[in-house]
Design a protein around this ligand. Sequence first.
Ligand code: G3H
Ligand code: 13P
Ligand code: ZN
Length: 319
Amino acid sequence: MIVSTKMLFEHAYGKYAVGAYNINNAEQIMGLFRGCIDSQAPFIIQISKGARSYTDKRLLEAMIRAADEIFPKAIFAVHLDHGDEEACMDCIASGFYSSVMIDASAKPFDENIAITKRVVDAAHAKGISVEAELGQLGGVEEHVSVSEADAKLTDPKQAVEFVKRSGCDSLACAIGTSHGAYKFSGTQGLHFEVITEIARVLPRFPMVMHGSSSVPQDEVQRINAAGGKLPGAKGVSEEDIAKAGKMGVTKINIDTDGRLVWCRVHREHFMQNPENFDLRPVGKIFMNEYAKYIAGKNQILGSAGQLESVREYIKNAKG
Ligand code: G3H
Ligand code: 13P
Ligand code: ZN
């Protein structure tokens, strides 16, 4: 069942975080749904601009509709990840998305607000919620390169003004993470002081953490042992993710970890089975392994086991 992102956030806020998983193909969709049913977790399925043009947005949307039928117990929201204004408007008009993210964080403050507000006005007219971004993550964002040195954490005071003036429903905050497999060096970690302060000045307002992959070290070692080259890859610790989820970080974005599972499964499979050229045996292994990864991640986020409680909450809210 496709539900509003807002309701998922209301149910989760301060208790657990909802996993927001990026998908690009059928195998990821199947693994994601299976993993969330196995762990009895609500979730957000998110589609980036790049994913929308990888095959065709209509193919992905149709596959998600089909997954909804194949897994009738699933409860999830459909979200556009890192949209520009044009992509947001397209998703809003389609009527399929629960929420969109407008990423104008590279623009000056007032321009970010103006763009976000235009998207909010169009989205709210259709009952769709909007995630905006304030501050800049280190590393590489879609279409936007921000060097580690220039990484700018979200200013809680600015966040209050931003939310008030833009009308956005959730805020992607720069709290020390970055996209991809190389997040931290040395003793860097999450800026819990920023999370605490934003939760204080914006009570019960959902924060979103981008760049939340844990980059599991066993995964990296297996990839490297099977011919990969990912020296020094490092992610956000699971303890930090679980802690953030109880502090008002209500949406945890994960893409890189899924890519690592895909990479490990395919590298190992073809190394161990050099005679094989069939896509289905390895595709099946990937779906199983990805489902296992998702179920384990939902345990960390605290969303595991929440499915029936969310169903009840939504039923009561609808009256
Ligand atoms: O934050 C970006 C996501 O990881 C999506 O990546 O734009 O390559 O699909 P992508
Ligand atoms: P990771 O690169 O850490 O998986 O972050 C994904 C993300 O933020 C998608 O918007
Ligand atoms: Zn992101």
